[in-house]
Design a binder for this molecule. Sequence first.
Ligand code: NAP
Length: 290
Amino acid sequence: MNHDHSIKKFYLIGNPVKHSLSPVMQNIFLNYYEIQGKYEALLVEPSDLAGVVKQLKQGGALGANITVPFKESIIPHLDVLSDDARLIGSVNALRFHDGLAEGFNTDAFGFQKSLSFPIAGDKIVLLGAGGAARGILTACCSLGCHEVAIYNRTIHRARKLIDDFQGKFPHVHLKTIQLNDERLAMEILDAKMIVNATSVGMKSHSEDSSPLKAEFLHKDLIVYDIIYNPPETKLIQLAKAKGCCYMNGLTMLIHQGLESLKIWIGDDLPFAESLIRQVEKTLNEELLSQ
Ligand code: NAP
């Protein structure tokens, strides 16, 4: 990492990072807002995480995004947490300021902004209990969902989510059940939306897999897969075949990314719908060319 101080430096920290569209997207934002800066992906081994945070903090970087699998494990290496990051228990954006590494969460905001329909009073089925799931659970509870049923491969992680969140959102009925348990089909029957916040279906991870069986889906269900690469995951293919409404994670990615940039720059960058459309178009082209 070489730091030219005239250019503002931003990074993506994760493993893998090759699949990520964040560098293309953030460089479009920097260009659009005429910010002299560069955003690069860093492939980081878990054992190097603390060292990388220290290096960026001391090296003049302005900010970073955190992706799989570090959104929770990064927390002990940070000096300060925002209220949202503390509430959610997951960090996807860092700001380096006054010699401190500060952790933020913009995933919940990005998810909330991406929804074009209300979910107040509804039941949501959430697949996953990692960093992204924590943000989505917070957004669903804040938006007034009546019930969230959480399914995860590792059941104790889903239970930990309930332990961490039920007290903060006493008006929402939170419950957990093991992934692909037969009860999952029953839970999905009266849900408005299912959100996949697991890595199952992600490129370079498990592209040909779906986190649940086709027979669990029904046509009145909204299927939201927050994975954006590939743009059409196995789960989305199953949802399409069933006649469900569906969406992928591209709009969430764009909104969480723009919010991250606002935090780093410390400025209320004017929102432009035309920028969002331009980024969506470029990222879709990028995905098709991969
Ligand atoms: P994470 O903290 O590493 O959590 C991964 C989750 O996936 C855990 O619930 C994990 O279950 C589950 N999982 C992984 N491999 C699995 C498998 N083979 N079978 C069943 N479950 C499995 O990752 P994250 O940061 O939450 O990200 C999760 C996904 O969301 C990624 O695909 C990421 O790209 C996507 N994402 C998208 C956006 C967006 O803006 N669109 C934002 C954030 C994340 P266990 O607990 O059992 O390990």
